[in-house]
Design a protein around this ligand. Structure first.
Ligand SMILES: [Zn+2]
Length: 338
C-alpha cells in the first residue's frame, strides 16, 4: 500500500509498504479520509519519531477484511478510528498507562497509522459512523472529541466567560463546543485573519489579533475587570501560556490544550495570589468520541466551515504540506483524501 513514511530529520516520503493483515480479532480498514493534526506536525518538527513511522490519528474508512473471530463488525461497515469501548485493561496508552509520557512513549514501536491506504485495528477500537454522517465529517470526530474533553474537564458552566488562544482546528472546535455548553463571552486570540473570521462565524463573541492588541487587557476589560473564568491555551508557547495565566480571574482556570514541546518560563508572582488552577487535558477518551459523534450527527457543530475546498489534499502532497505547516499558517483543517 501507499503510505507517508517518516524518514528522519524532518523528512516524509511516499512509499510502498506492506499492507497490514488483520489478526483473528482485528479488522482491516480501507482509509477514506485522514485529517492532519498539529500534534503530528510537532512530532515531525522535533524529529520525535522513529524512522519508518506512519502518522495520522484522525480518520475514517470502510472495513474490507475481518479476522475469523470478529463478531461485532462486518465488511463494508464505515468506521472512525477510535471511540470503541475498550475491554477491561485495554485502551489507548495515554489513557491507561499510569506514567505515560507522550514525548517518550507516543511513537514507540514505529506505529503504522492513517497517512496510508489501509490500517488494522482491534475489533473493539473503531466506532461505527451513523448513516447520516458523511466521511469527511466523520474524520473530524477525533479533533472534535479533543475539544469536547477539554470543555468537560474544565470548570465551564453556563454563563462562563472564557478566552481561547489559537484558532487552529482545535481552537475552532473549542469555540463551538464552548458556545453550545453555555459560554457567554468567548474571546479568541489568533494571528491569522481567516481563522479569526471563521472563529467569529462559529461563535466567538470577540476576536483579536495578538500582534496588534493586548490579550490580557482585553480579557480583563471584557470580563468585568476581573479576567476570564477559564482560558484554554491551544497554542501553548511561552507568550500564550503567560497570557493565559495573566488573563485569568481569581480562582479561575488555565486549561493546557495544545501540546508544547519547548520549555515554558513564567513568573508566578504576577498571578499566584489569585489562586489560579492549571489543568491539562490530552487527546480524547471513548466517552468524548461518543459525545463528539452525537454532536456531529445532530448537526450541532459546523464542520463544513472547517473544510473549505482548499482543505482537501492527496496523500502525495503530505511532504510539502508538513513543510508548510511548520510555520504559522492560514489553513483551517487540512484533510487527506485517500
Ligand atoms: Zn490530533
Amino acid at each position: 500500500m501507499k503510505a507517508a513514511v517518516y524518514k528522519g530529520n524532518q523528512t516524509i516520503k511516499i512509499e510502498e509498504i506492506d499492507t497490514p493483515q488483520p489478526g483473528p480479532k482485528q479488522v482491516l480498514i480501507k482509509l477514506n479520509f485522514s485529517a492532519i493534526c498539529g500534534t503530528d506536525v510537532h512530532a515531525y518538527m522535533y524529529d520525535a519519531l522513529p524512522i519508518g513511522t506512519v502518522m495520522g490519528h484522525e480518520y475514517c474508512g470502510t472495513i474490507v477484511e475481518i479476522g475469523k473471530d470478529v463478531t461485532k463488525l462486518k465488511i463494508n461497515d464505515r468506521v472512525v478510528g477510535g471511540g470503541g469501548t475498550p475491554p477491561p485493561g485495554k485502551g489507548a496508552g495515554f489513557a491507561i498507562l499510569p506514567r505515560f509520557n507522550y514525548r517518550v512513549d507516543g511513537f514507540k514501536g514505529k506505529p503504522i497509522r492513517a497517512y496510508a491506504e489501509y490500517i488494522v485495528m482491534e475489533e473493539w477500537e473503531p466506532m461505527k459512523i451513523p448513516d447520516s454522517v458523511s466521511d469527511p465529517h466523520a474524520a473530524l470526530c477525533e479533533p472534535l472529541a479533543v475539544a469536547v474533553r477539554a470543555v468537560r474537564l474544565s470548570k465551564l458552566t453556563i454563563g462562563g466567560k472564557i478566552g481561547i488562544i489559537g484558532a487552529g482546528p482545535i481552537g475552532l472546535f473549542l469555540t463551538q463546543v464552548a458556545k453550545i455548553s453555555g459560554a457567554l463571552e468567548i474571546i479568541v486570540s489568533e494571528p491569522s485573519k481567516l481563522r479569526r473570521e471563521t472563529a467569529s462565524i462559529l461563535g466567538a463573541t470577540k476576536v483579536l489579533n495578538p500582534k496588534k492588541s493586548d490579550l490580557v487587557e482585553n480579557l480583563v476589560s471584557i470580563c468585568d475587570g476581573l479576567g476570564a473564568d477559564i482560558v484554554y491555551d491551544c497554542a501553548c508557547v511561552n507568550n500564550t501560556f503567560n497570557d493565559a495565566l495573566n488573563g485569568t480571574k481569581r480562582n479561575g482556570q488555565v486549561m493546557l490544550v495544545g501540546v508544547p514541546w519547548d520549555n515554558i518560563f513564567f513568573k508566578p508572582i504576577d498571578w499566584q495570589a489569585r489562586e489560579i488552577s492549571i489543568k491539562s487535558t490530552f487527546g480524547a477518551h471513548p466517552e468524548d468520541w461518543k459525545i463528539a459523534m452525537k454532536l456531529i450527527e445532530s448537526k450541532k457543530i459546523d464542520l463544513d466551515m472547517m473544510l473549505p475546498k482548499e482543505s482537501f489534499i492527496k496523500l502525495e502532497e503530505i511532504p510539502q504540506i508538513f513543510e508548510k505547516l511548520k510555520t504559522p499558517t492560514d489553513e483551517l483543517q487540512m484533510i487527506v483524501e485517500l
